[in-house]
Design a protein around this ligand. Structure first.
Ligand code: ATP
Ligand code: MG
Length: 564
């Protein structure tokens, strides 16, 4: 029996497929598809759909098509096709020999429309778009029939043909299904199937000036490709009767549409329209800005495809809408980076430390482990010297009671090195602290002393003359509102933007070994978070470190609390 053999938690979609396998509904075939419209970049919500569709195909040894739903040339572009392919591949999925395009079926779809007309099930309507809306009625009131509804088959075939040859202006005519203007489902009130659009198409050029509507193109594309389970988000539940009506009326192969709840994520918008608005209004630096929830933005920020697949598995699929805590996504990422990131030291806001009792010109090499979580990661040598940098925040001249880091007369340990004590604070004429004079205790070398004095803090540091300069970018949530996608909560998206979502630090000092880093290696800057080299800057010969995520795992904390 060819049912699911994975260890993944089951869900209602797998149950439906298992039943279909038993009843041989599709002769034991499983064939899904992921059908993006190339009108924007893919986001983490799409990743849920990709993992689901490609994942199911993989599990049941079936197929999953990548199909571009390119039926609206006014909004679509080849650059989006390219980015979508890149993202699906990056997520680790394979669409077989070639992707499919709804535009590849334009001739077949046109023929289907003619067949509907011939069956008396579609008509050309001259009502304007506004009139069509008006005639459609509301949820409480039935619609009104168009005066053009009862044109003869011959007249409809002739007009439809003339629509195709470009005789009429945009908006002058549409082709509509002839279903039921009194239906309780608005989608069934003679929906528009074709419209005139005199736009250049990224694949078919100027060959067509009529384009099929989504509901018409989608079910027929599924049918043509032999899809068995057409999995889509809940908004399409009300469209399913139309999906079924078109395929039944045309008496063609009929896939099963199944709806699941889309992904919503706190502090995030997942709508291409809104993401495009952020790009166009200049609130972010392009679709792949590291703050964007797009797969290209997340990749640039340092998210791994593993962690995204893991996240999609953990959230599962359900039949009712909910909003997932962004902390879970970050938790999945941290879990992976904790195992793979090399521990290094970087100082983001440096202040100079001079060890007055360390001989001038002397240096020593200190052994430093690369990753305590990975015994194979080995260690490296770090150079220690008389002049160091530590984090400005790690020093306070007048510390409050609970501040255990460096302060006048206080001791701290320097990671992998010695205990130091602050003896003197040097200030400039404006009273700014410019330097700390400290002493080190040579008897406290890390790893070499059995019982060293206990100090309450261990600080990261770099050697001033050995460290290299770096630019570092810290990111916060793009929005301050936990649910910016909700239009009631957030009618104006720009009002919910977080003004502090990007902080650029240009005077950072990092370990010299990072000069050889490449874009593929994640790092943990000790005490500061996980970082990666920005691949876009790197391609331009610049080295900028993006903070992927901080170390604070809010999700793990919540889980601990829940367990009591
Ligand atoms: P958006 O709402 O971002 O504009 P869309 O539905 O218009 O998305 P499509 O290109 O049509 O974008 O999406 C391709 C597939 O991805 C569809 O099957 C859609 O249901 C699915 N999808 C889109 N957004 C989500 C989401 N947030 N969660 C799960 N699946 C999604
Ligand atoms: Mg869509």
């Amino acid at each position: 029996m060819n049912t699911s053999d994975s260890n993944l938690p089951s869900n209602f979609i797998r149950y439906i497929i298992d039943d279909d396998m038993k009843s041989q509904k599709f002769q034991g075939r499983v064939h899904t598809r992921f059908p993006p419209e190339p009108n924007g970049f893919l986001h983490i919500g799409h990743a849920k759909s990709i993992c689901l569709n490609f994942g199911i195909a993989r599990e049941y040894q079936g197929k999953c098509n990548l199909r571009f739903d390119d039926t609206n040339p006014a909004k679509e572009d080849e650059k989006y096709v390219q980015s979508i392919k890149e993202d699906v591949e990056w997520l680790g999925f394979d669409w077989g020999e070639a992707p499919f395009f709804a535009s590849g079926y334009f001739t077949a779809l046109y023929d289907c429309a003619r067949q509907l007309i011939s069956k008396g099930k579609a008509y050309v309507d001259d009502l304007s778009p506004d009139q069509i809306r008006e005639y459609r009625g509301t949820l409480k009131e039935p619609g009104k029939e168009s005066p053009f509804r009862n044109r003869s088959v011959e007249e409809n075939l002739d007009l439809f043909q003339r629509m195709k040859t470009g005789e009429f202006e945009e908006g002058a005519k549409v082709l509509r299904a002839k279903i039921d203007m009194g239906s309780g489902n608005l989608n069934m009130r003679d929906p528009v199937l074709y419209r005139i659009l005199k736009a250049h198409h990224h694949r078919t050029g100027d060959e067509w000036c009529i384009y099929p509507m989504y509901d018409f193109a989608h079910c027929l594309s599924d049918s043509i490709e032999g899809v068995t389970h057409s999995i889509c988000t809940l908004e399409f539940e009300d469209h399913r009767p139309l999906y079924d009506w078109i395929l039944n009326t045309l008496e063609v192969y009929h896939p099963q549409q199944i709806e699941f709840a889309r992904l919503n994520l706190t502090y995030t918008v997942l709508s291409k329209r809104k993401l495009l608005q952020l790009v166009e209004d200049g609130h972010v630096d392009g679709w792949d800005d590291p703050r964007m929830p797009t797969l290209s933005g997340m990749r640039r920020r340092g998210f791994t495809s593993n962690s995204i697949r893991d996240f999609c598995e953990r959230i599962g699929v359900a039949k009712s809408n909910s909003i997932i805590d962004l902390a879970l996504l970050e938790h999945c990422l941290r879990e992976e980076l904790n195992k793979t990131a090399l521990r290094v030291m970087a100082v983001l806001r440096p202040i100079k430390v001079i060890l007055t009792n360390y001989p001038e010109g002397q240096t020593e090499e200190l052994e430093s482990e690369n990753n305590p979580e990975d015994p194979d990661a080995g260690s490296r040598k770090l150079t220690f010297s008389r002049e160091l940098y530590i984090e400005r925040d790690d020093f306070m001249e007048e510390p409050p009671k609970k501040f255990f880091r460096l302060a006048p007369g206080k001791e701290v340990r320097l990671k992998h090195a010695y205990i130091i004590k602050c003896e003197e604070v040097i200030k400039d004429e404006q009273d700014n602290i410019v330097e700390l004079r400290c002493t080190y205790d040579p008897d406290t070398k890390s790893g070499q002393v059995e019982k060293s004095r206990k100090v309450k803090a261990t600080l990261h540091w770099v050697s001033a003359s050995h460290a290299i300069d770096a630019e570092v970018r810290l990111y916060g949530n793009l929005f301050t509102s936990p649910n910016p996608g909700d239009e009631k909560e957030c009618p104006e998206l720009k009002d919910a933007l977080n003004p502090d979502s990007l902080e650029i630090l240009k005077d950072c000092k990092v370990e010299p070994g990072l000069a050889d880093a490449n874009g593929d290696q994640p790092f943990q800057f000790l005490r500061l978070g996980y970082f990666c080299l920005d691949p876009v800057a790197l391609a331009q010969g610049k080295r900028i470190f993006n903070r992927t995520v901080t170390l604070k795992d809010e999700w793990a904390k919540l889980q601990k609390k829940a367990k009591g």
